[in-house]
Every structure is written in structure tokens, then in C-alpha cells.
Design a protein around this ligand. Sequence first.
Ligand SMILES: Cc1ncc(COP(=O)(O)O)c(C=O)c1O
Length: 316
Amino acid sequence: MARTATGREKVLKFEGHFHGYADYVAYSYGPPLEEAGPPDRPVPYPQSAGMPRGLKDLIVVVPFNDPDALKAAFAEHGDDLACLIMEPISYDMGCVLAQPGLLALCRDLCDRHGALLFFDEVLTAFRMAPGGAQEYLGVTADLCVLGKALGGGMPISAITGRRDVMRHLRPVGDSELSGTYLAHTTAVLAALAALDEYGRPGYYEHLEALGGRFYGGFQEIIERSGVPMRLQHVGPRFGMHFGLREEVTNYRQAAGASKAMLREFVAGCIARGVYFHVSVHHGYSSAHTEADIDRALEGVDGAMDDVRQAFPAMMT
Ligand SMILES: Cc1ncc(COP(=O)(O)O)c(C=O)c1O
């Protein structure tokens, strides 16, 4: 649709941001550092076998939170860009936030070059506000995909956007979007019910209160344990970067986190009956209670002790 609306073919994306496995965008969400190219000018890295080689000419990859690299990419490719696609909060990189001014710069560069700003809110939608990251951050995209929380657990996603962009879809326009299970009635009803829940007074206050308890407790455990680690969170989702102490703002930094420490931590939690997985983003839900949070923190506390003992040389 972005291509139809602009008559252009290239897509700009940030290194480390994940937008699913569609061939056109499945580049550089987790490239091996030795194949990722220079930090300020990443080489598009195809994340799956079988992606047509020619597609990489249509993707431009820039480091996140590097305004100069972003401006340079727009200067070079701006007139060929259909859109800039991004996670407004990159949960997929371990809850990495745009630094002050970056989102406004994205909005401005897109406007000046006639490219669409495309927010991938598959993970962020409904997490921290009914209007997702856009409401939370005060920036409105031209196109946006919503997923996950939209269905409250049922499989449904949605594509949304400015009316003049959306009208390019059939039957009004010429862009095709259809599929066997798209808008399946059961999932649509589940989504409507989920939206009712998100609209209830106190829903987000409850989520936030759980977060205060969980993140506050977790941070206290980190400091007490001496384990070097950066916990980053917005709303009910968070990232854990073991071995790092500074705020993580881009992929190269996130890729430097210790996977061995994360594995030790996850094993320690699971051994204590608290589920974590060895992936970059984690979360709790509105169905959790304060007692669940306290129970989780017990597991975290024990697991951090395991990490401390397994990596004595890293401790402070
Ligand atoms: C930000 C983001 N975009 C896209 C996707 C992929 O969605 P799908 O599997 O529906 O293509 C995910 C999945 O985790 C995601 O986190």
C-alpha cells in the first residue's frame, strides 16, 4: 500500500527492528555482527534462506538512534522511499526507546521527502494506552499495523492508516489484501471484547501498578546482586540486557549482551517455577495479580543468585 500510495519502491528500516518474516522486510533484525557492515551504514542482511537476492536493492537499513545516519539515508534515497517502517518502541530489540527528538525527525524527514511513516505496532498496540505507542509518544504515523494484544489472545491483526492512504486498498483502490482467515468472525469478536476491556476505567492503572511492583522489585534485586544488567521497560513489556549497564539505544549495543548470563537466568527462573524464555522481550499481562508478581520476583531473586555464582568475574 505504501508503494501504491507513493509510486515508489524502497523501504527504509532500522537495524534491530523486527517486522515479521515477509521477504521484503526480513532484513537486519538480528544480523551477526561480522556480517552487519559498518555501524553507521549497515549492510542489509537477509535473515532467512530463500529470500530473492534482488530484494535487497529495495531495502535501506540505518542504525537506530543515529540522526546523522538517518538524515544521510534520506539525502541519498529519500526520493525513492515508499516508507520508513519502524517499531515506535523497539520491544524486539529488548525495549529500546527512540531518544528525544528522533521520532519527530522521522516524521519530519518523511514529510519533507514524501515518504510514509509506517509504525509497526504489532507488539506495542494497546500495551501502554488504548492508542498504543502513538498515543503514548504523541506521534501519529501514516500507516500502522496492530497485532497481538488486539485479539486478546486470538489470532488477529489489523492494518490501519490515513484515509487517503487506506483508500488505495481494494475495492476502492488497486492494492490487494485478502486471505482465507483474515477477519475471521471468532477473532473479530475476541478483538471487540478485548477493546472493551482496554476501555474500562482503571485497566491501564492496574497494568502500571503491577509494573511498579515488578520493575521496582527487579531493579532492587539487580542492585543487591551486583549482577551487571540493564532492565528496560515500557508498560507491561520489558527487555533484559545482561552484562550491560548503560542504556541500550541501538542494535550493536544490544547484540553485545551476554547470552550465557541470560541462559543461566532463564534456567534459574524455570527451576523455581517462573517462566521466562531466552528471547529479547518479556512481559506480564493484566490477568496477573500482585501475588503473581511477588511470586515471580522470588524466582528472579534466586535466579540472579545463580547468575552471580556462575559468573563471579563479572560481578561488582
Ligand atoms: C513488531 C513486530 N512486527 C511484526 C511481527 C510479526 O508478525 P507476524 O508474525 O504476524 O507477521 C512481530 C512478531 O513478533 C513483531 O513483534
